[in-house]
Design a protein around this ligand. Structure first.
Ligand code: GLN
Length: 535
């Protein structure tokens, strides 16, 4: 079921196989009908993760990339909507030559094609199936899995089933029944799990493991506890110690006489993170002022990037999630106690007043500030309104009327050199400036000190831009320095203020590129600046 940690389990398997020297590829099958998650609300579904190629994907891709360091692509993410779209397009083209189009074989074939595409280039393809066993939307995926394990054979496929083993307090017991029934349901669809990964608050007793092994028709050593952990980064090593990767290799008859060496590789990488996470030298409090603060998953990459910035500074980062719709008194009370203020990306005008207030607070009180995407746009508006007194300064996203310092830049040349147009009436899905975009940084800037180079690439997801064409001179008067510009020199990418301890904002989403082993320099620098306040 959702929230059990399928994404983390899949990522851990990927990372452990990598530690054993194998090449891997991560894929996800999402049973919902949306064609892509780009238009799904972060309130309900959590963050939309953006890949290098601009694919808007489920947040699990963030885990995959952070754990394995591999950049995923649009070819790794599929939804039922997309599968059906492909099949229907083929039907319209006449590819099926008049035959009836059915879930089996047409939809399942398309799913199998998706799973196996590109697998010849890697040792392992790890494919996560979203949702819960028994969900009506998930049926074709389970059926495709059944067919695939027959076609490829057991020697080439493995099915790892993540289940929930609840602890019932009043009985003082772990309950294996939900797992038994979940496996029964899978078996009734013709799928026999090879490994059971049992998410649980406590280590499964021998008794519980024996029971699951017997009732679920699974080898005793393949019943593995997936214990709750304080940090997701502790999980790969935990799974390794529990024998997960060893059992996977054993399933595929992969002999390994280097177990001790592999233990040491995993302990030197994943194990080493344990120290940075559990006992860092210092701690720092950062306020993140946003709209989706009630659902932690809505800002998951951002949270992780802040944690990574903390790891780089041997510091625990405490994040105060602040709802931008709080009244100003409440906002200032919280902001008074933090060492850094961050404004994340976002859409629409709701909560902008609170964010503008927080930016003004950071600017005037010289508190380190980091703005991401919408955070940059609001920083521009804030300076125009409060430094220059242009009260009408706004974004076309929020108002029909005003001084649009943030606007649609009607035409821009994308990296692929095609001219794209975005307008008020355009489609909402797939019409943003998405994915990797190049940026040139001026050598005499703070941004250059942070990145250590003049040419960078960051991922993007936005529709509006700073209107430097019309208001360039005004923005300069407001003390706004655009130290990073798009490679064609037209679109502002990085903003900084020279009169401040650390006031940096970016039109990109650097959080998507940060990993625990390679923290993003912007977050590292932000946390360092916050630490320097000495609060
Ligand atoms: N809403 C803004 C835009 O579309 C910012 C987007 C974001 O923060 N990701 O340009």
């Amino acid at each position: 079921m959702s929230s059990l940690g399928k994404g983390i389990a899949a990522s851990s398997i990927g990372a452990l196989l990598q530690a054993r020297g194998f090449s891997i590829r991560m894929k996800k099958l999402d049973p919902y009908i949306n064609v892509d998650p780009g238009t799904m609300s972060p309130f309900k579904h959590g963050e939309v993760f953006v890949m290098e190629d601009g694919c808007e994907a489920d947040l699990d891709f963030g885990h995959y990339e952070r754990f394995t360091g591999i950049a995923c692509s649009a070819d790794d993410s599929v939804t039922t909507g997309k599968i059906y779209e492909t099949v229907i397009n083929k039907e319209r083209r006449g590819d099926y030559l008049g035959s009836d189009i059915q879930v089996i074989p047409h939809i399942t074939t398309e799913i199998k094609n998706f799973i196996t595409a590109g697998s010849e280039n890697v040792d392992f393809t790890i494919c996560e199936i979203g949702g819960t066993v028994g969900d009506i939307e998930g049926l074709p995926y389970i059926e495709a899995l059944r067919q695939l394990s027959i076609e490829l054979g057991k020697a080439k496929t493995i099915c790892v089933h993540l289940t929930f083993v609840p602890f019932v307090k009043t009985a003082g017991e772990l309950k294996t029944k939900p797992t038994q029934y979940s496996v029964k349901l899978l078996q009734s669809m013709g799928v026999q799990p090879d490994i059971l990964l049992c998410r649980s608050e406590f280590e499964l007793t021998d008794d519980a493991k024996n029971k699951l092994s017997m009732f679920c028709n699974i080898k005793r050593d393949n019943v593995i506890t997936a214990l709750d952990a304080d940090s997701v980064y502790l999980i790969p090593e935990q799974h390794h110690i529990a024998g997960l990767d060893r059992q996977i290799c054993s399933h595929f008859s992969i002999q390994c006489d280097r177990e001790a060496e592999i233990d040491s590789i995993i302990s030197k990488t994943w194990g080493a993170l344990k120290h940075s996470i559990a006992s860092p030298k210092s701690s720092v409090k950062i306020a993140a002022v946003g709209k989706y603060t009630k659902l932690k998953d809505a800002y998951i990459s951002l949270t992780q990037a802040l944690i990574h910035g903390g790891i780089a500074n041997d510091t625990k980062v405490e994040i105060d999630w602040i709802d931008s719709e709080w009244p100003q008194e409440q906002l200032s009370a919280v902001l008074a106690g933090v060492s850094g203020i961050l404004i994340p990306g976002g859409f629409s005008s709701r909560g902008t007043d609170g964010k503008l207030f927080a930016i003004q607070y950071a600017r005037e009180k010289n508190i380190p500030f980091l703005g991401i995407c919408l955070g940059l746009q609001l920083a521009v508006i804030e300076s125009c309104r409060n430094i220059l007194g242009i009260k009408t300064a706004t974004s076309r996203e929020f108002d029909d009327d005003g001084t649009f310092v943030i606007d649609f830049m009607e035409k821009w040349i994308s990296e692929s050199s095609t001219t794209e147009t975005r307008t008020q009436d355009g489609n909402k899905g797939g019409t943003m400036r998405l994915g990797n975009q190049r940026c040139h940084i001026s050598a005499d800037s703070l941004a250059y000190k942070i990145y250590g180079k003049t040419d960078i690439t960051e991922r993007h997801r936005h529709r509006f831009e700073v209107n430097i064409e019309e208001y360039g001179e005004t923005l300069e008067r407001a003390g706004l320095v655009f130290s990073g510009m798009s490679s064609d020199g037209k679109l502002p990418e990085i903003l900084e203020r020279k009169d401040h301890i650390f006031f940096v904002a970016t039109q990109a989403h650097p959080e998507f590129k940060s990993t625990p082993f390679s923290p993003h320099p912007l977050f590292t620098a932000f946390i360092k600046a916050a630490l320097s306040l000495g609060r």
